[in-house]
Design a protein around this ligand. Sequence first.
Ligand SMILES: N[C@@H](CCC(=O)N[C@@H](CS)C(=O)NCC(=O)O)C(=O)O
Length: 205
Amino acid sequence: MHKLKLDYFDFNGGRGEVIRLIFAIGNIPFEDNRIPVSDWPSVRDDAPLRSLPVLHIDGEAVTQSNSINRFAGRLAKLYPEDPVQALRCDEVMDAVEDVLTDIVATFGMDDEAEKKAAREKLADGEITLFLTFLQELLEQRDSEYFVENRLTIADLRVFVWTRSLRSGVLDYIPGDIVEKVAPEIADHCDRVAAHPGIVAWSEAH
Ligand SMILES: N[C@@H](CCC(=O)N[C@@H](CS)C(=O)NCC(=O)O)C(=O)O
């Protein structure tokens, strides 16, 4: 068994949280190295690409959350072996990465009016488009999960994003946008949240 250490910010969300959940559900031991956001400027230069998450495998650093998700998913048996199903899984994860990147771009906006306009545009545009797309995938597959009719890393990636949207933590993005735009994705979020591995992890953190 490899020695695994995950560096990510000290909050229960974002790109690194998906990796934590995959390891937790798969009972894969790892060191959960949580970096306080206030410490980030002083340790940023230690990260190979000046960003997190970083997974250390036997001391060697690896970047890129979706690549790490796939690695963790293979260990945890939460990633399909069939190439087509794996592609479907990747499609969902990369879609979330796209929309998340655009949301995160608004975090650094100091001008409140600019941030409001950018987020309202995202809510009406890209976020609505992506939520609708994800809901259509579930409908087309007549399934409660995105791939192979079972929980995979694609579900965990969507879950962490939609849980964050529904928390209402983002100003100018309505906290009920998921329910309004894609009620089946809201149901999916509740379903994944009820998974025993996630319940146990959430209670512990
Ligand atoms: N493509 C990278 C993006 C990594 C990324 O942008 N991480 C954010 C946090 S989720 C970060 O480290 N932000 C701090 C910074 O850029 O200084 C991945 O998927 O891992």
